[in-house]
Design a protein around this ligand. Sequence first.
Ligand SMILES: Cc1cc2nc3c(=O)[nH]c(=O)nc-3n(C[C@H](O)[C@H](O)[C@H](O)COP(=O)(O)O)c2cc1C
Length: 242
Amino acid sequence: MPEGIGDRYHKETKYYPEKMSGRGLDWSSKPSPYKEYPRSRRIELPQLEPSSAMSLDEALRKRTSVRDYSDEPLSLRDLSYLLWASTGIQRVEQGYEFRTAPSAGALYPIDTYVVANRVEGIAAGLYHYAIRAHALEELRLGDLRLESARAALGQSICYDAAAVFVWTAIFYRSKWKYEQRGYRYIYMDAGHIGENLYLSATGLGLGACAVGALFDDELNRLLGVDGEEESAIYMAAVGHPL
Ligand SMILES: Cc1cc2nc3c(=O)[nH]c(=O)nc-3n(C[C@H](O)[C@H](O)[C@H](O)COP(=O)(O)O)c2cc1C
């Protein structure tokens, strides 16, 4: 196979002991790890009370990619828990908020959007997870099942799911410190969040399936993000298993 951009990227972003000179960071330009939609209607999410108490060991043994969902809607309580478990704030240390998933440099480059197809208590549509407020920001109402399935290379799991999580990367949050190497960490961060979602969904008796096969620009249009500063990179379908 001829060398391609991925091979070159990997080579050119390697760390070497002799080249770790240590670039000073401009703390005044550190990007905020929180995106907010201040003009959107906010929907407070219910208190965090997981509806089941499955052990981590059991969830690890049971986790699998679930692609067939029943018509049963997702409760807002379960959606609330899934959002928190995948990327919510779980502690504050010296004034800094840390999340359920690890993140390189605690820079948190990943934002979460939810395409709600069948979620009790909220209308079908597109929402953004306001992490700090543990709330949803309503971005667009309507049946987006076809649009999200099309953006996922036509995969019907996004049409059938009760909700679809879409993760975007706001690249500068990581590039501010790690420059081009930051892309490696961004995708690792998204993977951690994805596994948190898988395990928490399993723990609630729900099914999830990661979706990496997506038409980037189509999905970015659905979200209303520019695809450069912020781009969709990963999705997951969630619902009650059939
Ligand atoms: C990065 C990534 C992307 C994936 N993309 C898709 C996808 O687009 N469609 C799909 O049906 N499954 C997708 N999967 C799920 C894998 O097919 C699945 O994890 C794998 O077959 C192992 O099965 P298991 O998750 O049940 O253990 C993806 C998984 C990962 C980690």
